[in-house]
Design a protein. Structure first.
Length: 129
């Protein structure tokens, strides 16, 4: 491919906006992107800005620290802890262990496990629900 402005010269790349071939003498380099003219650079930066805005709006590509804790996971863990706690209280403190207390304890453990799975998924995917 040859330069759009100099038909005899070999192009070193293409303008990232208009796709014209550009040679060593013609190219402009802005933010690691090749452009052929100031106009293209200007337009390219406008496009980049739009991209940056869209990223912010849609929350793409930004590594945010996990500041918000996954609510569902917390809810499940709290529920699990309450159930297990209640069953333990009945069985150990009251020394009065009924079949229902065992079931409550099992349910509590299941809730807690669900909570942990939610938590791990939330950590992995960054989805907080
Ligand atoms: Zn161009
Ligand atoms: Zn050229």
């Amino acid at each position: 491919m040859h330069c759009f402005n100099h038909q005899k010269r070999e192009a070193i790349g293409t303008c990232c906006r208009c796709n014209k071939g550009i040679c060593e003498d013609c190219y402009l380099m802005r933010k690691e992107q090749l452009t052929c003219s100031d106009l293209c650079t200007e337009k390219m930066e406008e496009i980049n800005q739009i991209h940056e805005c869209a990223k912010k709006i849609y929350d793409i590509g930004q590594k945010r620290p996990q500041t918000i804790l996954p609510l569902t996971a917390i809810l499940l863990l709290a529920l699990g802890a309450t159930f297990v706690g209640y069953a333990l209280y009945e069985c150990i403190v009251q020394s009065y262990c009924l079949a229902i207390d065992i079931w409550i304890a099992i349910l509590g453990v299941l809730f807690a496990l669900g909570g942990l799975m939610h938590w791990r998924r939330a950590k992995r995917t960054g989805i907080n629900w």
